[in-house]
Ligand binder design. Structure first.
Ligand SMILES: C[S@@+](CC[C@H](N)C(=O)[O-])C[C@H]1O[C@@H](n2cnc3c(N)ncnc32)[C@H](O)[C@@H]1O
Length: 236
């Protein structure tokens, strides 16, 4: 039962009952207001993303039943229409959160912040649905917290949209590689957002082959990056 979950709008078919469906990202309740203008420079210190439109979406959630698929039994993101090379497939929505990474000489602040933020940081660090949005180094002019490095991420572990179901190509399409990629983009109100795009170039080993885009029924596959897999493998 979806008791207690307040979705932004009616979730798409096959949406899991325990996850809140979003049509725009939300800020974590602990997100510092000083950082809002960095992720949303045009909205006078407020975070006001527009809802994503349903109609242009060309992707669906499907449970994976393919025998030798490494994520068999889980869900994946699949195209239900042809997607051209270099096309925006879907923005990656979730909870936008921040983490202070303190410089060596800032121990005092580190201790002050530890109590309040540890629980939430832990939650996102353990999430398999957390992506980095932007990092701001301690000496950048736009950094309102001088001497502190800031990492802003987006986590769709408990709140998200279809994009949270994108799988990595490893073990699925090793020869061809990914057909899509994560790219930093901007929403309608100029807010930073992570997006999934079809690859604009030919990723096939055979470079004489033309990139025909993603065919109807194909799984959308990205490269999570070696760092993502190394961090998980070292935990096993
Ligand atoms: C962001 S989620 C992707 C959606 C997930 N399949 C689901 O149903 O919620 C990341 C998780 O998907 C699985 N996954 C994604 N790509 C994979 C791959 N190439 N091989 C094995 N598992 C994969 C892993 O369990 C990983 O922790």
């Amino acid at each position: 039962m979806t008791r207690g979950l307040i979705h932004d709008c009616t979730p798409p078919p096959n949406w899991p009952e325990s996850i809140t469906y979003l049509n725009k990202s939300r800020l974590s309740s602990k997100f510092p207001k000083e950082l809002i203008s960095i992720i949303s420079p045009n909205t006078n210190g407020l975070f006001k993303p527009k809802s994503i439109k349903k109609n242009p979406l060309k992707v669906i959630i499907k449970q994976i039943k393919i025998e030798n698929h490494p994520a068999k039994g889980q869900n994946g993101l699949f195209s239900n229409k042809k997607i051209k090379p270099g096309e925006l497939i879907i923005p990656y929505l979730g909870i936008i959160h921040s983490k202070f990474i303190l410089s060596e000489n800032e121990n005092e602040i580190q201790n002050q912040n530890q109590n309040d933020e540890n629980d939430e940081n832990d939650e996102h660090e353990k999430s398999d649905y957390d992506l980095s949005l932007i990092r701001i180094s301690s000496f950048e002019n736009k950094n309102p917290f001088k001497g502190i490095n800031i990492s802003i991420g987006i986590d769709s572990n408990k709140f998200g949209n279809l994009a949270r179901f994108v799988n990595d190509y490893r073990g699925i399409n090793d020869l061809k590689g990914p057909n899509s990629e994560f790219k930093l983009g901007k929403g309608e109100n100029g807010e930073l957002q992570m997006e999934i795009w079809s690859l604009p170039y030919n990723n096939n080993r055979d470079k004489t082959k033309q990139n025909l885009g993603i065919q109807k029924g194909e799984e959308i596959l990205v490269n999570y990056g070696k760092g993502w897999w190394n961090a998980r493998n070292s935990l096993n």
